[in-house]
Design a protein around this ligand. Structure first.
Ligand SMILES: [Zn+2]
Ligand SMILES: [Zn+2]
Length: 102
């Protein structure tokens, strides 16, 4: 059975949060403190795995500078699979977000 999780960016007390609606019998809302998660050991580990897999290069332009790890999906935020992520440089990452938010 597919569990539908729709993450939305929201702000709470000036913090960037991801608000997820997990639909079970009742709609429960979960919040992930995005900035705190970005500093967690879990994220650091999964991020390193993705960087290593991509050979420490941007998946789009191939540069090795200013690398960031982008979420292709936020569906499993906090327990990402390595395929939910992609290595991008700062420039490509910015473009990826601009395209998505348009
Ligand atoms: Zn790039
Ligand atoms: Zn991103």
């Amino acid at each position: 059975m597919k569990r539908a999780t729709n993450w939305r960016r929201s702000r709470q007390n000036g913090k960037r949060m991801w608000r997820g609606n997990i639909r079970r019998r009742q709609t429960s809302v979960v919040y992930v403190d995005y900035d705190a998660y970005m500093h967690s050991r879990e994220w650091c580990e999964v991020r390193q795995k993705r960087l290593k897999k991509d050979g420490y290069r941007c998946a789009l332009c191939g540069t090795t500078e200013h690398l960031e790890v982008h979420h292709l999906t936020y569906e499993r935020l906090g327990r990402e699979r390595i395929d939910d992520l992609i290595t991008l440089c700062k420039t490509c990452h910015k473009q990826a977000h601009e395209l998505k938010d348009r």
